[in-house]
Write a protein that binds this ligand. Structure first.
Ligand SMILES: O=C(O)C(=O)C[C@H](O)C(=O)CO
Ligand SMILES: [Zn+2]
Length: 278
């Protein structure tokens, strides 16, 4: 299992980052590798993001040194959303079957976590997000149809999209983790424009369902000091709590968002007027 540790950056320091430095701190360019679990440990709210892509054999989620525990979920909770072929997650011997766009919540205290693909030729890709947790909540398997479905945006502003809230207080209990999926309609390319910040929570995005030759311009930074990174399919970004997080693709795409921090309120956002961005 590979673990990459990312430290937190002060917004004043980020103003001076060049492209490579921005990407080193905030881009996770290699989330999925066949037959491996890869993790990135962010010091923003100690969120861990990563990918588990099992092939022939099951992959076991063990506790890396960064966690400082005997087992990965000793003091953590986990969301796993499948963006690949069919697969299953085994939690202490109980199997949960996940098709593409299904999400599993796993609470604090689960010990033995394994990931399997149904067909190694069309492997499952489990996108993982984990945050510290203070109490156990039951495991919940959610299909996209069981998520809370909201629609936002318009074709005229190229931001017509569906938001599916999976790990959200009205759908599934968690300690601090929230997680969901946003899918843009063909012809719509903008997510979260007008953009927002929420200093109470950090956020991470996994961009996917993007053609290999297309890219997403991901905007970040303080609202009056915006920067951008070019993102390819199945790459993730870490968004500090003080940063905008907004993207424009050269084509439509989907992304998984996840947040952690002082509240689980999706609507607790400070909106930034487009005219105020710099
Ligand atoms: O398309 C969107 O807008 C989103 O998906 C917004 C993110 O979920 C977000 O930034 C939540 O704070
Ligand atoms: Zn946000």
């Amino acid at each position: 299992m590979k673990v990459d540790v990312r430290h937190a950056s002060h917004p004043e320091a980020v103003r001076a980052y060049d492209t490579d430095t921005l990407r080193r701190h905030f881009l996770v360019d290699h989330v999925f590798e066949g037959g491996e679990i890869r993790l990135t440990y962010s010091h923003y709210d100690r969120m861990v993001i990563g990918g588990a892509m099992p092939l022939g054999a099951a992959l076991t989620l063990t506790a890396p040194k960064a966690i400082g525990q005997e087992t990965f979920l000793a003091e953590r909770e986990l969301g796993a959303l499948n963006i690949g072929g069919a697969g299953r997650v085994l939690i202490d011997g109980k199997a949960y079957e996940l098709s593409k766009y299904d999400c599993l919540y796993v609470g604090k205290g689960a010990v033995d976590i394994r990931f399997e693909s149904t067909d190694a030729g069309n492997p499952a890709k489990f996108y993982l997000v984990s945050t510290p947790a203070h109490r156990p909540h039951p495991a919940v398997l959610l299909t996209r149809e069981q998520a809370r479905h909201l629609t936002f945006g318009e074709a005229a502003t190229a931001n017509k999209r569906s938001i599916f809230q999976f790990i959200h207080p009205e759908v599934c209990q968690s300690c601090q983790l929230t997680m969901g999926l946003t899918m843009l309609e063909p012809g719509s390319i903008w997510n979260t424009m007008p953009s927002h910040i929420h200093d109470r929570r950090m956020e991470a995005y996994l961009y996917f369902d993007l053609d290999a030759d297309q890219r997403i311009f991901h905007f970040m930074g303080e609202p009056q000091e915006s920067r951008h990174m070019l993102i390819a399919n199945e790459q993730a970004i870490i968004s500090p709590p003080w940063s905008i997080h907004s993207g424009a693709g050269t084509k439509n795409y989907s992304f998984i968002w996840a947040m952690a921090g002082d509240n689980k309120s999706f609507t607790d956002m400070d909106q930034i007027a487009i005219a105020d961005l710099r």
